[in-house]
Write a protein that binds this ligand. Structure first.
Ligand SMILES: CC(C)(COP(=O)(O)OP(=O)(O)OC[C@H]1O[C@@H](n2cnc3c(N)ncnc32)[C@H](O)[C@@H]1OP(=O)(O)O)[C@@H](O)C(=O)NCCC(=O)NCCS
Length: 168
């Protein structure tokens, strides 16, 4: 399957907005994104990425064939966790269940482990997000536990899971 990750280009803003302007995706992400999500919002975010610390923020467009279908970011933590990084991702709904996220996550982890001193990449999907938990398992992450009543999303208290992969 022709799946690649690459740096963002400002011309990707329309594609990013097309993917992200979806309540089913937003309901599985942290709060703070505007909804509806417009191409202007995407341009602002891509510009923010251009100006972010290249040693701490690793943000990739997920490309399927020639089309940008998703977004994946690995964000270094600080203080004593400075060699750990949190990962977030989403794929456009028309492209779900084709193995795209699994493939993109593997590529991003390989990149980060090869090119940085990061030794741990983790993700915290909401416990109800079975697709995300499954993707992480398929990409080689280990479930380290349940974070009980860890989040409030859309007014509902929820558990999340913590998954991690360690550099070997
Ligand atoms: C989670 C997400 C990134 C997965 O992307 P994807 O490209 O469809 O993932 P993949 O195709 O690589 O794998 C999906 C797996 O989840 C499984 N799955 C999907 N829905 C499921 C469900 N409701 N219950 C159980 N498993 C499910 C699929 O069957 C597949 O597993 P399989 O290969 O063993 O059959 C995508 O659904 C998404 O963007 N969701 C909204 C945003 C989000 O949740 N982001 C992650 C926040 S932590």
């Amino acid at each position: 399957m022709d799946i690649k990750i690459r740096q963002w280009k400002i011309e990707d803003a329309e594609s990013m907005a097309e993917v992200l302007n979806n309540k089913k995706i937003m309901d599985n992400l942290r709060d703070g994104l505007p909804y509806p999500y417009t191409a202007d919002d995407a341009r602002e975010y891509i510009n923010f990425l251009f100006n972010s610390d290249k040693n701490s923020t690793f943000a990739f467009a997920v490309v399927y064939g020639e089309k940008v279908v998703g977004c994946l970011g690995v964000f270094r933590q600080d203080n004593v966790s400075y060699r750990a990084a949190e990962m977030g991702y989403y794929i456009g709904e028309p492209y779900w269940n084709k193995g795209i996220a699994t493939c993109a996550i593997k590529q991003a982890c390989d990149y980060v482990f090869k090119n940085t001193d990061i030794i741990r990449i983790y993700a915290e999907p909401f416990a109800r997000n079975k697709a995300s938990c499954r993707v992480l398992e398929k990409a080689g992450f280990t479930c380290e536990g349940t974070l009980r009543s860890n989040v409030v999303k859309n007014g509902i208290i929820e558990d999340s899971k913590i998954y991690a992969v360690i550099k070997v």
